[in-house]
Design a protein around this ligand. Structure first.
Ligand SMILES: Nc1ncnc2c1ncn2[C@@H]1O[C@H](COP(=O)(O)OP(=O)(O)OP(=O)(O)O)[C@@H](O)[C@H]1O
Ligand SMILES: [Mg+2]
Length: 455
Protein backbone atom coordinates (compact mmCIF):
# COMPACT_ATOMS: atom_id res chain seq x y z
CA UNK A 1 0.00 0.00 0.00
CA UNK A 2 1.29 3.40 -0.92
CA UNK A 3 2.49 5.46 2.03
CA UNK A 4 2.31 8.85 0.36
CA UNK A 5 1.04 11.62 2.60
CA UNK A 6 -1.96 13.65 1.46
CA UNK A 7 0.35 16.50 0.55
CA UNK A 8 2.49 14.19 -1.56
CA UNK A 9 -0.54 12.69 -3.26
CA UNK A 10 -1.85 16.13 -4.20
CA UNK A 11 1.50 17.18 -5.56
CA UNK A 12 1.70 13.99 -7.65
CA UNK A 13 -1.80 14.65 -9.00
CA UNK A 14 -0.75 18.22 -9.76
CA UNK A 15 1.60 16.81 -12.37
CA UNK A 16 -1.33 15.70 -14.49
CA UNK A 17 -4.43 17.57 -13.46
CA UNK A 18 -4.69 21.35 -13.34
CA UNK A 19 -6.72 23.01 -10.62
CA UNK A 20 -9.56 21.11 -8.87
CA UNK A 21 -7.67 21.36 -5.61
CA UNK A 22 -10.57 20.49 -3.40
CA UNK A 23 -11.21 17.22 -5.22
CA UNK A 24 -7.55 16.34 -5.10
CA UNK A 25 -7.42 16.96 -1.37
CA UNK A 26 -10.46 14.84 -0.82
CA UNK A 27 -9.21 11.81 -2.70
CA UNK A 28 -5.82 12.24 -1.02
CA UNK A 29 -7.47 12.03 2.38
CA UNK A 30 -9.46 8.96 1.35
CA UNK A 31 -6.23 7.33 0.21
CA UNK A 32 -4.32 8.19 3.35
CA UNK A 33 -7.13 6.96 5.52
CA UNK A 34 -6.64 3.50 4.11
CA UNK A 35 -3.03 3.59 5.12
CA UNK A 36 -3.98 4.86 8.56
CA UNK A 37 -6.54 2.09 8.90
CA UNK A 38 -3.95 -0.57 8.18
CA UNK A 39 -2.05 0.63 11.22
CA UNK A 40 -4.87 0.01 13.67
CA UNK A 41 -5.70 -2.89 15.95
CA UNK A 42 -7.53 -5.54 13.92
CA UNK A 43 -10.67 -5.02 15.93
CA UNK A 44 -11.00 -1.32 15.23
CA UNK A 45 -9.69 -1.77 11.72
CA UNK A 46 -12.67 -3.89 10.81
CA UNK A 47 -15.02 -1.18 12.03
CA UNK A 48 -13.72 1.63 9.89
CA UNK A 49 -15.44 1.88 6.56
CA UNK A 50 -14.06 3.91 3.66
CA UNK A 51 -15.60 7.32 3.16
CA UNK A 52 -16.96 7.16 -0.32
CA UNK A 53 -16.93 10.27 -2.49
CA UNK A 54 -19.27 11.93 -4.95
CA UNK A 55 -17.60 14.20 -7.48
CA UNK A 56 -19.91 16.71 -9.10
CA UNK A 57 -18.95 18.74 -12.09
CA UNK A 58 -19.55 19.39 -15.76
CA UNK A 59 -18.10 17.17 -18.45
CA UNK A 60 -14.39 17.21 -19.22
CA UNK A 61 -13.08 18.90 -16.08
CA UNK A 62 -10.98 16.05 -14.73
CA UNK A 63 -13.26 13.83 -12.63
CA UNK A 64 -12.23 10.59 -14.27
CA UNK A 65 -8.66 11.77 -14.67
CA UNK A 66 -8.21 12.42 -10.94
CA UNK A 67 -9.59 9.02 -9.98
CA UNK A 68 -7.53 7.21 -12.57
CA UNK A 69 -4.31 8.95 -11.57
CA UNK A 70 -5.00 8.29 -7.92
CA UNK A 71 -5.38 4.59 -8.58
CA UNK A 72 -2.20 4.49 -10.60
CA UNK A 73 -0.32 6.34 -7.90
CA UNK A 74 -1.40 3.94 -5.20
CA UNK A 75 -1.18 0.85 -7.45
CA UNK A 76 -4.79 0.10 -6.60
CA UNK A 77 -6.93 -2.11 -8.81
CA UNK A 78 -9.23 0.37 -10.52
CA UNK A 79 -12.44 -0.19 -12.39
CA UNK A 80 -14.54 2.48 -14.05
CA UNK A 81 -18.11 1.66 -14.76
CA UNK A 82 -21.22 3.58 -15.79
CA UNK A 83 -24.07 3.38 -13.33
CA UNK A 84 -26.47 3.49 -16.27
CA UNK A 85 -25.14 0.17 -17.48
CA UNK A 86 -26.79 -1.74 -14.70
CA UNK A 87 -30.32 -2.91 -14.36
CA UNK A 88 -32.23 -4.15 -11.43
CA UNK A 89 -31.90 -7.84 -10.70
CA UNK A 90 -34.42 -9.74 -12.74
CA UNK A 91 -34.31 -7.39 -15.72
CA UNK A 92 -32.19 -7.91 -18.79
CA UNK A 93 -28.85 -6.22 -18.27
CA UNK A 94 -25.81 -6.42 -16.05
CA UNK A 95 -26.25 -6.91 -12.37
CA UNK A 96 -24.28 -4.62 -10.07
CA UNK A 97 -22.18 -7.40 -8.60
CA UNK A 98 -20.48 -7.82 -11.95
CA UNK A 99 -18.40 -4.74 -11.19
CA UNK A 100 -16.74 -6.55 -8.32
CA UNK A 101 -16.05 -9.53 -10.57
CA UNK A 102 -14.52 -7.16 -13.12
CA UNK A 103 -12.44 -5.45 -10.45
CA UNK A 104 -11.14 -8.84 -9.37
CA UNK A 105 -10.17 -9.68 -12.95
CA UNK A 106 -8.22 -6.44 -13.04
CA UNK A 107 -6.56 -7.26 -9.73
CA UNK A 108 -5.59 -10.71 -11.00
CA UNK A 109 -4.12 -9.30 -14.20
CA UNK A 110 -2.18 -6.76 -12.19
CA UNK A 111 -0.69 -9.24 -9.76
CA UNK A 112 -0.01 -11.79 -12.48
CA UNK A 113 1.95 -9.18 -14.43
CA UNK A 114 4.01 -8.40 -11.33
CA UNK A 115 4.70 -12.04 -10.63
CA UNK A 116 5.62 -12.63 -14.26
CA UNK A 117 8.07 -9.78 -14.04
CA UNK A 118 9.69 -11.40 -11.02
CA UNK A 119 10.38 -14.65 -12.88
CA UNK A 120 11.10 -12.99 -16.20
CA UNK A 121 14.82 -13.69 -16.31
CA UNK A 122 14.31 -17.36 -15.55
CA UNK A 123 11.40 -17.64 -17.97
CA UNK A 124 13.39 -16.01 -20.72
CA UNK A 125 16.22 -18.44 -20.17
CA UNK A 126 13.87 -21.39 -20.43
CA UNK A 127 12.11 -19.90 -23.43
CA UNK A 128 15.40 -19.40 -25.19
CA UNK A 129 16.23 -23.06 -24.72
CA UNK A 130 12.90 -24.15 -26.09
CA UNK A 131 13.35 -21.83 -29.01
CA UNK A 132 16.68 -23.45 -29.79
CA UNK A 133 15.00 -26.85 -29.61
CA UNK A 134 12.58 -25.63 -32.25
CA UNK A 135 15.36 -24.34 -34.44
CA UNK A 136 17.51 -27.45 -34.05
CA UNK A 137 15.11 -30.33 -33.71
CA UNK A 138 16.71 -33.48 -32.42
CA UNK A 139 19.62 -31.60 -30.95
CA UNK A 140 18.09 -31.18 -27.58
CA UNK A 141 20.55 -30.87 -24.72
CA UNK A 142 21.53 -34.05 -22.95
CA UNK A 143 19.35 -33.17 -19.98
CA UNK A 144 16.35 -33.38 -22.26
CA UNK A 145 14.14 -31.05 -20.28
CA UNK A 146 13.52 -27.43 -20.89
CA UNK A 147 15.18 -26.41 -17.72
CA UNK A 148 17.09 -23.21 -17.56
CA UNK A 149 20.71 -23.48 -18.58
CA UNK A 150 22.92 -20.69 -17.40
CA UNK A 151 24.49 -18.50 -20.03
CA UNK A 152 27.71 -20.14 -21.19
CA UNK A 153 30.70 -18.91 -19.36
CA UNK A 154 33.13 -17.73 -22.05
CA UNK A 155 36.06 -18.50 -19.79
CA UNK A 156 35.05 -22.12 -19.31
CA UNK A 157 37.95 -24.34 -20.23
CA UNK A 158 35.82 -27.30 -21.33
CA UNK A 159 35.35 -27.63 -25.11
CA UNK A 160 31.69 -28.25 -25.81
CA UNK A 161 30.67 -31.24 -27.91
CA UNK A 162 30.02 -30.57 -31.58
CA UNK A 163 26.23 -30.47 -31.29
CA UNK A 164 26.48 -27.98 -28.49
CA UNK A 165 28.63 -25.69 -30.53
CA UNK A 166 25.95 -25.42 -33.22
CA UNK A 167 23.47 -24.76 -30.52
CA UNK A 168 25.62 -22.08 -28.99
CA UNK A 169 26.17 -20.53 -32.39
CA UNK A 170 22.41 -20.31 -32.90
CA UNK A 171 22.03 -18.93 -29.43
CA UNK A 172 24.51 -16.22 -30.25
CA UNK A 173 22.75 -15.43 -33.53
CA UNK A 174 19.39 -15.24 -31.81
CA UNK A 175 20.70 -12.92 -29.15
CA UNK A 176 22.22 -10.65 -31.76
CA UNK A 177 18.87 -10.50 -33.56
CA UNK A 178 20.16 -12.22 -36.67
CA UNK A 179 17.31 -14.73 -36.70
CA UNK A 180 14.53 -12.21 -36.30
CA UNK A 181 13.19 -12.70 -39.82
CA UNK A 182 12.95 -16.47 -39.51
CA UNK A 183 9.74 -18.34 -38.92
CA UNK A 184 9.25 -21.31 -36.65
CA UNK A 185 6.39 -23.68 -36.02
CA UNK A 186 5.16 -23.64 -32.48
CA UNK A 187 2.59 -25.79 -30.79
CA UNK A 188 0.02 -23.52 -29.20
CA UNK A 189 -2.87 -24.47 -27.00
CA UNK A 190 -6.37 -23.54 -28.05
CA UNK A 191 -9.33 -23.83 -25.80
CA UNK A 192 -12.23 -26.11 -26.66
CA UNK A 193 -13.54 -26.66 -30.17
CA UNK A 194 -11.20 -24.45 -32.11
CA UNK A 195 -12.09 -21.38 -30.06
CA UNK A 196 -15.80 -21.93 -30.20
CA UNK A 197 -17.55 -19.11 -28.45
CA UNK A 198 -21.00 -18.85 -27.04
CA UNK A 199 -23.18 -16.30 -28.67
CA UNK A 200 -23.33 -13.34 -26.34
CA UNK A 201 -26.81 -12.96 -24.99
CA UNK A 202 -27.33 -9.30 -24.15
CA UNK A 203 -26.98 -8.78 -20.44
CA UNK A 204 -25.95 -12.34 -19.83
CA UNK A 205 -22.24 -11.91 -20.31
CA UNK A 206 -21.49 -13.40 -16.95
CA UNK A 207 -23.53 -16.47 -17.57
CA UNK A 208 -21.87 -16.66 -20.97
CA UNK A 209 -18.51 -16.83 -19.23
CA UNK A 210 -19.61 -19.60 -16.95
CA UNK A 211 -21.04 -21.61 -19.79
CA UNK A 212 -17.88 -21.05 -21.75
CA UNK A 213 -15.80 -22.27 -18.82
CA UNK A 214 -17.92 -25.37 -18.60
CA UNK A 215 -17.69 -26.12 -22.31
CA UNK A 216 -13.97 -25.44 -22.14
CA UNK A 217 -13.70 -28.20 -19.60
CA UNK A 218 -15.84 -30.56 -21.66
CA UNK A 219 -13.64 -30.17 -24.70
CA UNK A 220 -10.09 -30.40 -23.41
CA UNK A 221 -7.71 -27.84 -24.78
CA UNK A 222 -6.17 -28.77 -28.08
CA UNK A 223 -2.71 -28.32 -29.39
CA UNK A 224 -2.25 -26.76 -32.74
CA UNK A 225 0.85 -26.08 -34.80
CA UNK A 226 1.20 -22.47 -35.77
CA UNK A 227 3.79 -20.81 -37.89
CA UNK A 228 5.03 -17.55 -36.49
CA UNK A 229 7.86 -15.11 -36.48
CA UNK A 230 10.63 -16.15 -34.17
CA UNK A 231 10.17 -13.10 -31.96
CA UNK A 232 6.47 -13.81 -31.46
CA UNK A 233 7.26 -17.44 -30.76
CA UNK A 234 9.74 -16.32 -28.12
CA UNK A 235 7.14 -14.06 -26.49
CA UNK A 236 4.64 -16.92 -26.43
CA UNK A 237 7.22 -19.23 -24.91
CA UNK A 238 8.17 -16.68 -22.27
CA UNK A 239 4.50 -16.42 -21.32
CA UNK A 240 4.16 -20.18 -21.11
CA UNK A 241 7.33 -20.58 -19.09
CA UNK A 242 6.51 -17.80 -16.67
CA UNK A 243 3.06 -19.24 -16.13
CA UNK A 244 4.76 -22.49 -15.16
CA UNK A 245 6.95 -20.63 -12.71
CA UNK A 246 4.30 -18.56 -10.99
CA UNK A 247 1.94 -19.94 -8.45
CA UNK A 248 -1.61 -19.06 -9.47
CA UNK A 249 -2.94 -19.74 -5.98
CA UNK A 250 -0.57 -17.18 -4.60
CA UNK A 251 -1.56 -14.71 -7.33
CA UNK A 252 -5.20 -15.15 -6.38
CA UNK A 253 -4.51 -14.63 -2.71
CA UNK A 254 -2.51 -11.46 -3.27
CA UNK A 255 -5.06 -10.16 -5.76
CA UNK A 256 -7.97 -10.82 -3.43
CA UNK A 257 -6.23 -9.06 -0.57
CA UNK A 258 -5.36 -6.12 -2.79
CA UNK A 259 -8.83 -5.78 -4.27
CA UNK A 260 -10.48 -5.96 -0.87
CA UNK A 261 -8.12 -3.54 0.86
CA UNK A 262 -7.15 -1.08 -1.87
CA UNK A 263 -9.59 -1.52 -4.76
CA UNK A 264 -11.29 1.56 -6.19
CA UNK A 265 -14.52 1.55 -8.16
CA UNK A 266 -15.32 4.64 -10.15
CA UNK A 267 -19.06 4.82 -10.57
CA UNK A 268 -19.67 7.24 -13.40
CA UNK A 269 -22.95 8.88 -14.37
CA UNK A 270 -24.40 8.37 -10.94
CA UNK A 271 -26.63 11.40 -11.53
CA UNK A 272 -28.39 9.51 -14.30
CA UNK A 273 -29.78 6.96 -11.89
CA UNK A 274 -30.69 9.63 -9.35
CA UNK A 275 -34.00 11.04 -10.25
CA UNK A 276 -37.19 11.77 -8.46
CA UNK A 277 -40.02 9.31 -8.63
CA UNK A 278 -42.55 11.77 -10.02
CA UNK A 279 -41.71 10.92 -13.64
CA UNK A 280 -42.84 7.36 -13.12
CA UNK A 281 -41.99 4.80 -15.77
CA UNK A 282 -38.37 3.80 -16.14
CA UNK A 283 -37.38 5.49 -12.87
CA UNK A 284 -38.73 2.56 -10.96
CA UNK A 285 -35.94 0.40 -12.30
CA UNK A 286 -33.41 3.17 -11.66
CA UNK A 287 -34.33 3.17 -8.06
CA UNK A 288 -34.01 -0.59 -8.18
CA UNK A 289 -30.43 -0.16 -9.36
CA UNK A 290 -29.76 2.16 -6.43
CA UNK A 291 -31.17 -0.47 -4.08
CA UNK A 292 -29.01 -3.12 -5.66
CA UNK A 293 -25.99 -0.87 -5.24
CA UNK A 294 -26.55 -0.48 -1.51
CA UNK A 295 -25.19 -3.79 -0.28
CA UNK A 296 -22.22 -3.66 -2.63
CA UNK A 297 -21.27 -0.19 -1.44
CA UNK A 298 -22.01 -0.94 2.17
CA UNK A 299 -20.12 -4.17 2.22
CA UNK A 300 -21.16 -7.63 1.16
CA UNK A 301 -19.62 -10.78 -0.19
CA UNK A 302 -19.55 -11.31 -3.93
CA UNK A 303 -18.90 -14.67 -5.45
CA UNK A 304 -16.30 -14.55 -8.20
CA UNK A 305 -14.35 -17.02 -10.25
CA UNK A 306 -11.52 -16.53 -7.77
CA UNK A 307 -13.50 -17.02 -4.62
CA UNK A 308 -15.47 -14.75 -2.35
CA UNK A 309 -14.65 -11.05 -2.33
CA UNK A 310 -15.66 -8.81 0.53
CA UNK A 311 -16.55 -5.31 -0.58
CA UNK A 312 -16.47 -3.64 2.85
CA UNK A 313 -13.29 -1.69 2.27
CA UNK A 314 -13.42 -1.05 -1.44
CA UNK A 315 -13.47 2.68 -2.10
CA UNK A 316 -16.27 3.98 -4.30
CA UNK A 317 -15.88 7.25 -6.11
CA UNK A 318 -19.11 8.28 -7.81
CA UNK A 319 -19.22 11.03 -10.39
CA UNK A 320 -21.78 12.92 -12.36
CA UNK A 321 -22.65 16.27 -13.81
CA UNK A 322 -25.77 16.62 -11.66
CA UNK A 323 -27.31 19.11 -14.07
CA UNK A 324 -30.81 17.77 -13.71
CA UNK A 325 -30.63 16.05 -10.37
CA UNK A 326 -28.93 16.49 -7.01
CA UNK A 327 -27.27 14.03 -4.67
CA UNK A 328 -30.33 14.48 -2.50
CA UNK A 329 -32.36 12.81 -5.26
CA UNK A 330 -30.59 9.55 -4.54
CA UNK A 331 -32.39 7.22 -2.21
CA UNK A 332 -31.53 8.21 1.39
CA UNK A 333 -29.66 5.02 2.20
CA UNK A 334 -27.31 5.56 -0.72
CA UNK A 335 -26.73 9.21 0.15
CA UNK A 336 -25.41 8.07 3.50
CA UNK A 337 -22.93 5.73 1.84
CA UNK A 338 -21.34 8.67 0.03
CA UNK A 339 -20.64 11.13 2.81
CA UNK A 340 -17.98 13.11 0.97
CA UNK A 341 -19.12 15.51 -1.74
CA UNK A 342 -16.94 17.71 -3.83
CA UNK A 343 -17.70 20.02 -6.67
CA UNK A 344 -15.29 20.45 -9.55
CA UNK A 345 -15.26 23.78 -11.26
CA UNK A 346 -15.66 24.49 -14.95
CA UNK A 347 -12.41 25.23 -16.75
CA UNK A 348 -11.59 28.54 -18.38
CA UNK A 349 -8.96 30.10 -20.57
CA UNK A 350 -6.32 30.29 -17.84
CA UNK A 351 -6.71 26.58 -16.97
CA UNK A 352 -6.61 25.62 -20.64
CA UNK A 353 -3.34 27.44 -21.03
CA UNK A 354 -1.91 25.58 -18.07
CA UNK A 355 -3.28 22.25 -19.32
CA UNK A 356 -1.46 22.86 -22.59
CA UNK A 357 1.83 23.61 -20.91
CA UNK A 358 2.19 22.09 -17.45
CA UNK A 359 1.30 18.37 -17.38
CA UNK A 360 4.10 15.94 -18.20
CA UNK A 361 1.93 14.45 -20.88
CA UNK A 362 0.56 17.76 -22.18
CA UNK A 363 -0.97 17.73 -25.65
CA UNK A 364 1.82 19.95 -26.99
CA UNK A 365 4.38 17.43 -25.77
CA UNK A 366 2.43 14.58 -27.35
CA UNK A 367 2.17 16.23 -30.76
CA UNK A 368 5.82 17.30 -30.77
CA UNK A 369 6.84 13.74 -29.95
CA UNK A 370 4.57 12.24 -32.62
CA UNK A 371 5.85 14.51 -35.36
CA UNK A 372 9.37 14.15 -34.01
CA UNK A 373 9.31 10.56 -35.25
CA UNK A 374 9.18 12.01 -38.78
CA UNK A 375 12.24 14.10 -38.03
CA UNK A 376 10.20 17.28 -37.79
CA UNK A 377 10.88 19.57 -34.86
CA UNK A 378 7.64 21.12 -33.70
CA UNK A 379 7.48 23.89 -31.13
CA UNK A 380 4.86 26.31 -29.90
CA UNK A 381 5.29 29.94 -28.97
CA UNK A 382 3.67 31.20 -25.80
CA UNK A 383 1.53 33.43 -27.96
CA UNK A 384 0.14 30.44 -29.85
CA UNK A 385 -0.77 28.61 -26.66
CA UNK A 386 -2.64 31.65 -25.35
CA UNK A 387 -4.49 31.81 -28.65
CA UNK A 388 -5.45 28.11 -28.51
CA UNK A 389 -6.65 28.49 -24.91
CA UNK A 390 -8.72 31.56 -25.82
CA UNK A 391 -10.23 29.74 -28.79
CA UNK A 392 -11.17 26.76 -26.62
CA UNK A 393 -12.86 29.07 -24.15
CA UNK A 394 -14.73 30.88 -26.91
CA UNK A 395 -16.00 27.74 -28.62
CA UNK A 396 -17.02 26.22 -25.30
CA UNK A 397 -19.06 29.29 -24.55
CA UNK A 398 -20.65 29.54 -27.96
CA UNK A 399 -21.47 25.94 -28.65
CA UNK A 400 -21.34 23.44 -25.82
CA UNK A 401 -19.01 23.37 -22.86
CA UNK A 402 -17.08 20.12 -23.15
CA UNK A 403 -14.27 21.26 -20.87
CA UNK A 404 -10.70 20.26 -21.59
CA UNK A 405 -11.83 17.88 -24.30
CA UNK A 406 -12.21 20.98 -26.47
CA UNK A 407 -8.45 21.23 -26.59
CA UNK A 408 -8.29 17.86 -28.32
CA UNK A 409 -10.53 18.87 -31.20
CA UNK A 410 -8.81 22.22 -31.59
CA UNK A 411 -5.30 20.80 -31.56
CA UNK A 412 -6.26 18.13 -34.07
CA UNK A 413 -7.72 20.68 -36.44
CA UNK A 414 -4.87 23.12 -35.92
CA UNK A 415 -2.23 20.54 -36.74
CA UNK A 416 -4.10 18.52 -39.34
CA UNK A 417 -2.20 20.04 -42.25
CA UNK A 418 1.14 19.57 -40.55
CA UNK A 419 0.28 16.04 -39.50
CA UNK A 420 -0.47 15.17 -43.11
CA UNK A 421 2.67 16.75 -44.51
CA UNK A 422 5.10 15.90 -41.74
CA UNK A 423 6.36 12.82 -43.57
CA UNK A 424 7.76 15.07 -46.32
CA UNK A 425 9.18 17.58 -43.88
CA UNK A 426 11.85 15.55 -42.12
CA UNK A 427 14.68 17.69 -40.82
CA UNK A 428 12.60 20.86 -40.78
CA UNK A 429 11.78 23.06 -37.82
CA UNK A 430 8.22 24.30 -37.51
CA UNK A 431 7.26 26.94 -35.01
CA UNK A 432 3.56 27.33 -34.35
CA UNK A 433 2.88 30.95 -33.42
CA UNK A 434 -0.23 33.00 -32.78
CA UNK A 435 -0.44 33.99 -36.41
CA UNK A 436 -0.44 30.35 -37.51
CA UNK A 437 -3.19 29.51 -35.04
CA UNK A 438 -5.34 32.37 -36.28
CA UNK A 439 -4.76 31.49 -39.91
CA UNK A 440 -5.69 27.85 -39.37
CA UNK A 441 -8.70 28.40 -37.18
CA UNK A 442 -10.22 31.82 -37.78
CA UNK A 443 -12.48 30.78 -40.63
CA UNK A 444 -14.01 28.04 -38.52
CA UNK A 445 -14.16 30.01 -35.29
CA UNK A 446 -15.98 32.88 -36.97
CA UNK A 447 -18.60 30.60 -38.42
CA UNK A 448 -20.60 29.21 -35.58
CA UNK A 449 -22.32 26.53 -37.61
CA UNK A 450 -19.03 25.31 -38.93
CA UNK A 451 -17.41 25.25 -35.50
CA UNK A 452 -20.25 23.15 -34.16
CA UNK A 453 -19.17 20.42 -36.54
CA UNK A 454 -15.43 20.80 -36.62
CA UNK A 455 -14.16 22.05 -33.28
N1 LIG B 1 -8.17 19.85 -14.82
C1 LIG B 1 -7.59 19.18 -15.82
N2 LIG B 1 -6.26 19.18 -15.99
C2 LIG B 1 -5.68 18.50 -17.00
N3 LIG B 1 -6.33 17.79 -17.90
C3 LIG B 1 -7.67 17.75 -17.80
C4 LIG B 1 -8.36 18.42 -16.76
N4 LIG B 1 -9.68 18.19 -16.90
C5 LIG B 1 -9.81 17.40 -17.96
N5 LIG B 1 -8.61 17.12 -18.52
C6 LIG B 1 -8.39 16.29 -19.69
O1 LIG B 1 -9.60 16.22 -20.42
C7 LIG B 1 -9.97 14.87 -20.71
C8 LIG B 1 -11.32 14.55 -20.13
O2 LIG B 1 -11.28 14.61 -18.73
P1 LIG B 1 -12.04 13.58 -17.79
O3 LIG B 1 -12.12 12.27 -18.48
O4 LIG B 1 -11.43 13.61 -16.47
O5 LIG B 1 -13.46 14.25 -17.78
P2 LIG B 1 -14.65 14.02 -16.77
O6 LIG B 1 -14.64 15.14 -15.79
O7 LIG B 1 -14.58 12.65 -16.23
O8 LIG B 1 -15.89 14.21 -17.74
P3 LIG B 1 -17.17 13.27 -18.02
O9 LIG B 1 -18.21 13.73 -17.07
O10 LIG B 1 -17.50 13.58 -19.42
O11 LIG B 1 -16.75 11.87 -17.82
C9 LIG B 1 -8.89 14.00 -20.15
O12 LIG B 1 -8.08 13.56 -21.20
C10 LIG B 1 -8.09 14.88 -19.22
O13 LIG B 1 -6.74 14.61 -19.33
MG1 LIG C 1 -15.51 10.86 -16.89
Amino acid sequence: MSSLTPREIVSELDKYVIGQNEAKRMVAIAMRNRWRRQRLEPELREEIAPKNIIMMGPTGVGKTEIARRLAKLSKSPFHKVEATKFTEVGYVGRDVESMIRDLMEIGIAMVRAEEREKVRVRAEGAAEDRLLDLLLPGAAPASGGYSFTPRPDPAAPRLPPAQDTTREKFRQMWREGKLDDRYVELEVTTQGEGGMSIMAIPGMEDMGNQVQDMIGRMFPSRKKLRKMKIKDAFDTLVQEESDKLIDMDKVQDIARERVEQTGIIFLDEIDKIASRQDHGGPDVSREGVQRDLLPVVEGCVVNTKYGMIRTDHILFIAAGAFHYSKPSDLIPELQGRFPLRVELSALGQEEFYRILTEPQNALTVQYSALLGTEGLTLSFTDDSLREIAATAQKINEETENIGARRLYTIMEKLLSELSFEASDKGGQQVVVDGEYVRSQLSAIVENRDLSRYIL
